[in-house]
Design a binder for this molecule. Structure first.
Ligand SMILES: [Zn+2]
Length: 448
């Protein structure tokens, strides 16, 4: 509302009267229910919470230059979109984890009517890097090195609780998988006393379009996905802790650990190796004048092998038929997590943890779709990206869209923009594109 002083002679009294009259009628209509109230709804303040500070920064910068506040170890970016004033911030990953206190079975009480996991805020020692939930002693020390310099997620929880009191509603935009859903649920429980409404926004790529789409299609927290994650974590504890104790005892090394997933996988690897050892057999390579041949006769016995070689030494190779043909090969399906890991490990020689970290960064920078997926579906937005890229690079004729996978929200791993690694690098280096994550040559290698 603006306010200014004017001479009475300059003012059109009749016009002002008409305006007041119209406003009065409008208010009467609202009161009598003829006009729905939301038509005049004011700007809503929304706390938009994601898990990674990179993601928060990337999202904030889609909507102009955000103003930044820092407190309680978190940064909050403020931007306005339409009738929403967004305060965007990050939890910095998980806030709570199962307690390591001596409660129940490794932090989980098993009762007749169910299981009751006990949680505490996650602490990380800034001296030795150890992550834990229970301080040692009243001095609040790291249980490994005794340091008191500890990052406690409780500080972030309190900061979020303060922010929650400033806003009309909360929207949680953590990653679209069960772990992200669990973080969303934890945030919901911790902030529930301070706010009226909490919603979940699900997006599989950090682009302006998909953020706006997610904000217009909010949902409730998916409790079944949360339960799945809770049970998975409890299994980690129950199986992991008890297996580790066994392994440590057998090998007399107290730093060894065995996990819920590692242990059966290691079993399969051992089994596969034994099968492979039993299946070893000889093959015979033949060098003729112009071609090399391989005879795979599945021979395991060396005397039999030598016998065959003796016979073959005086043999002739005769080419009876010669044929040229062309074969049309279809492109492979789009990447999902497993195939991306295989190729990145084979072609780039990177380890699994490294590849996943690079992919996480690319996702948070808004460059690729979510990288934890078992879907090969390509969304209409993805097909559009392919159309633009192929049309520009090879010509429209080469664009032949194919349908992959089933419907649903999940997608393959693909670029969000129709640009290759080289163009991307040029755009970032020239400042034409701004990304809010440090991008290294390895990021470009994985992207390409
Ligand atoms: Zn420590």
């Amino acid at each position: 509302m603006s306010f200014e002083l004017k001479n009475l002679s300059e003012v059109d009294i009749e016009k002002i009267k008409r305006y007041i009259e119209e406003e009065r009628k409008f208010v009467e209509k609202i009161i009598s229910g003829k006009i729905k109230k939301e038509k005049k709804e004011l700007v809503r303040t929304v706390l938009f919470i994601v898990e990674s500070p990179n993601k928060a920064r990337t999202i904030a910068n889609f909507f102009g230059r955000p103003s930044i506040r820092t407190f309680g170890g978190i940064q909050a970016y403020e931007v306005s979109i339409g009738n929403r004033h967004l305060i965007i911030t990050a939890t910095k990953g998980h806030l709570i984890d199962l307690t390591t206190d001596n409660i129940g079975l490794y932090g989980v009480v098993v009762a007749e009517n169910g299981i009751y996991p006990y949680y505490n805020s996650i602490k990380r020692c800034l001296e030795c890097g150890y992550q834990f939930t229970e301080y040692q002693g009243p001095e609040r020390k790291c249980p490994i090195c005794g340091s008191t310099v500890v990052d406690d997620a409780w500080e972030r929880i309190e900061a979020l609780q303060k922010l929650a009191q400033e806003v009309d509603e909360i929207i949680i935009g953590t990653d679209p998988d069960s772990e992200g859903e669990f973080i969303a649920y934890a945030v919901y429980l911790l902030l529930q006393p301070y706010t009226k409404k909490t919603y979940r926004a699900e997006f599989h790529e950090v682009t302006k379009y998909s953020i706006l789409h997610a904000l217009d299609n909010l949902r409730e927290i998916d409790v079944n996905r949360v339960k799945a994650q809770m049970v998975r974590r409890i299994e980690d504890r129950w199986l992991g802790f008890s297996l580790s104790e066994k392994v440590q005892k057998i090998f007399k090394k107290n730093w060894l650990s065995a996990g819920r997933v590692q242990t059966p996988v290691l079993g399969w690897i051992v089994q596969r190796f034994l099968e492979y050892k039993n299946s070893l057999s000889y093959f015979i390579g033949i060098k003729a004048r112009k071609i090399n041949l391989v005879l795979d006769l599945d021979i395991k016995d060396k005397t039999k092998l030598n016998e065959i070689i003796r016979v073959l030494q005086n043999a002739k190779v005769v080419i009876k038929n010669k044929k040229y043909f062309e074969e049309e090969l279809n492109p492979l399906p789009p990447y999902m997590t497993s195939t991306m890991l295989q190729d990145a490990s084979n072609y780039l020689g990177l380890g699994v943890d490294m590849i996943m970290q690079l992919a996480q960064d690319l996702f948070e920078a808004g460059l690729i779709t979510y990288h934890r997926t078992d879907s090969v579906r390509v969304s209409p937005a993805g097909i559009q990206v392919a159309r633009e890229y192929i049309s520009e690079k090879f010509g429209e004729d080469y664009f032949k869209p194919r349908v992959w996978g089933e419907g649903g929200a999940h997608e393959c791993i693909r670029p969000t923009k129709p640009i290759n690694s080289e163009t991307l690098r040029n755009m970032i280096e020239s400042g034409e594109m701004e990304v809010f994550v440090d991008i290294s040559p390895q990021h470009f290698a994985l992207y390409g």
